[in-house]
Design a protein around this ligand. Structure first.
Ligand code: UD2
Ligand code: MN
Length: 324
């Protein structure tokens, strides 16, 4: 025997308005239940590792790291077993020493907390390096460098000094390195999710732009040249890293290309940032970090930016650079 509700369906070919309403109510309930499940229950089970509003995988299958695409505790526990250590280089030449205190203090709060960290400060003002209390397992080394009258040179010489640092001081396994701009601060976790062989950060200023707008070096005479139809992302010079071996190769290549260009009287549009972009086009990074990893304080925060981890402070170039 059919129940009355079944009867009503079988008897009339066309469902009544009341029935249609009931069916659509059921659909709405089901969809909402699914929504609640995806939003609240799945994250509890560790299934929250997806984002659909942004690119999370490159065409060469490297992850693009965004908040919501990884489980930080799981990653930390994996790397804890490997006894890794992380080096970071930061240059504070001339007046840029004023940024160092904030950089170091916020690194203590957010940069690889709970891991071995060794920060190398390159400066021409070693006496002005601030005293910042560091947690056990974390240390700082000050390395003197000559002063310079051109900011372009300071910025570009970083590659040479990074190369020498790795060759002369940083031997051994399980080591990673990040090379960071000093005129910046940490605001959120920067940890093991960022580790990889060769790691680049997408520049916050160009990630919505078509490739033709990227400020790559466009003169074919330069060794940083990237043609119109080439390039994946525009990466920033203010943060990159990876394993010691990979970063050594990158620093060596960028340095020798920069110097060979200089001999011919060419300076790439954005100095070592241009050479880095050329390098990353030829040697694809194995991990790409989203602009969460180098935002700029003057930019308003877009909706896809769920967290800002590291961001450049607003500065008056004319006041702090040795040349305009
Ligand atoms: C966020 C980002 O991707 N920034 C890049 C960008 O502009 P920026 O405007 O951020 O460059 P910048 O003035 O911060 O210079 C880069 C870095 O060089 C050091 N420095 C510079 C000048 C000086 O007098 N003393 C000193 O110590 C310091 O560590 C600084 O953070 O373009 C530069 C190349 O032209 C570099 O590629 C920067 O990394
Ligand atoms: Mn900077």
């Amino acid at each position: 025997k059919f129940s009355s509700s079944h009867n009503s369906l079988f008897q009339s070919e066309v469902p009544t308005a009341q029935h249609r309403k009931r069916v659509s109510m059921k659909m709405i309930l089901r969809v909402s239940a699914l929504f609640v499940f995806c939003l609240f229950v799945m994250p509890l089970c560790g299934f929250n590792c997806s984002r659909t509003d942004v690119v999370t995988l490159t065409p060469w299958l490297a992850p693009v790291v965004w908040e919501g695409t990884f489980n930080p505790d799981l990653l930390d526990s994996i790397y804890q077993q490997q006894d890794i250590s992380v080096a970071a280089t930061v240059f504070a030449v001339g007046k840029y020493i004023m940024f160092l205190k904030n950089f170091l203090e916020t690194a203590e709060e957010y940069f690889f907390v709970g891991f071995k960290v060794h920060i190398y400060v390159f400066t021409d003002r070693p006496d002005e390096v601030p005293q910042v209390k560091m947690a056990p397992g974390r240390q700082l080394t000050v390395l003197p460098v000559p002063s310079s009258n051109r900011w372009q040179e300071i910025s570009a010489r970083r590659m040479e000094l990074i190369q020498k640092l790795i060759e002369e001081r940083l031997q051994g396994h399980g080591k990673y390195i990040f090379c960071l701009d000093v005129d910046s601060k940490f605001h959120g976790r920067w940890g093991t999710e960022s580790l990889g062989g060769l790691v680049a950060v997408i520049h916050p200023g160009y990630y919505w732009d078509p490739r033709s707008n990227f400020p790559y070096e466009r003169r074919p005479q330069s060794r940083a040249y990237v043609a119109e139809e080439e390039g994946d992302f525009y990466y920033c010079g203010g943060a990159f890293g990876g394993s010691l071996e990979e970063v050594l190769l990158l620093a060596k290549t960028c340095r020798s290309n920069f110097e060979a260009d200089a001999k011919e009287g060419i300076e790439a549009a954005w100095q070592e940032e241009s050479h880095l972009n050329r390098y990353m086009w030829i040697n694809k990074p194995s991990k790409v970090l989203s602009p969460e990893y180098l935002w700029q304080d003057f930019k308003s925060r877009n909706s896809e930016i769920h967290i800002i981890r590291f961001s450049g402070v607003v500065k008056n170039y004319a006041e702090i650079r040795p040349n305009a």
